[in-house]
Design a protein around this ligand. Structure first.
Ligand SMILES: O=C(O)[C@H](O)COP(=O)(O)O
Length: 253
């Protein structure tokens, strides 16, 4: 790649306890499973084996992404890298669906409705009520966030509206200054970035599913045109993981 290109690596957290149980998670702060920790370690080892290195890392306020990043850095022997955490890279807020099983929700409301809640660009899932125990307004992690910015439910459009300003104002200047950036985040906060990077239409983004724990490498020119984009790892394994995510909203067989 030419010298004035910028490299950015995205990684979705490894399998979480609620991915394993197939529950809508959103801002619920659940831990990685052993499988998730292994996925993160494999992601870190694959990056190191392919010669990647980083100068600065970003992650969300949610421990499944934070721990994924720590495991990746552990496997790259890069514990000392600066890490900035922001709620703006949190998973899309799944509102009142948080805690419900995706297949059971498809049995109850139909697969089409679940697909709309999971993948539509601008239809929000049902909102949480203020004061619900799942309401982020009453959680310590968000005590310094303007309450007006803390959602009760988000569609992808909302996630883009809170993630992209952070990307453009905080992350992109680092990239332009020549820093190699790693972002550990979530299925839908990464879909938000991918939609913008790849200039996908509201329809095209519906078909995009991000696998757990697999590094996704972007190379941009200085105008943020994508010069290259590829996952690091075995293509068949990655395809199987992508299909698994796509099928999580189907009724149980
Ligand atoms: O929040 C969740 O449930 C997952 O992290 C992403 O879920 P999705 O693939 O159903 O949107």
């Amino acid at each position: 790649m030419a010298e004035n290109t910028m490299t950015l690596v995205l990684i979705r957290h490894g399998e979480s306890e609620w991915n394993k149980l197939n529950l809508f998670t959103g801002w619920t702060d659940v831990e990685l499973t052993d499988t998730g920790r292994k996925e993160a370690a494999e992601g870190g080892r694959a990056l190191k084996a392919d010669g990647y290195d980083f100068d600065i890392c970003y992650t969300s306020y949610l421990k499944r992404a934070i721990h994924t990043l720590q495991i990746v850095l552990d496997n790259m022997d890069r514990h000392w890298l600066p890490v900035e955490k922001t709620w703006r890279l949190n998973e899309r807020h799944y509102g009142a669906l948080q805690g419900l099983n995706k297949s059971e929700t498809a049995e109850k409301y139909g697969e089409e409705q679940v697909k709309i809640w999971r993948r539509s660009f601008d239809v929000r899932p049902p909102a949480l009520e203020a004061g619900d125990e799942r309401d982020a307004h009453i959680q310590p992690a968000y005590r310094d966030v303007d309450p007006a910015d803390v959602p009760y439910a988000e569609c992808l459009k909302d996630t883009i509206a809170r993630a992209m300003p952070y990307f453009n104002e905080t992350i992109l200047p680092q990239m332009r200054a020549g820093k190699r950036v790693l972002i550990a985040a979530h299925g839908n906060s990464l879909r938000a970035l991918v939609k913008e990077f790849d200039k996908l239409s509201d329809e095209e983004i519906i078909g995009v599913n991000i696998p757990t724990g697999v590094p996704l490498v972007y190379t941009f020119d200085q105008d943020m045109n994508v010069l290259d984009k590829h996952y690091v790892g075995d293509p068949a394994t990655i395809d199987a993981k992508i299909n698994k995510v796509a099928n999580q909203g189907k009724k149980a067989q």
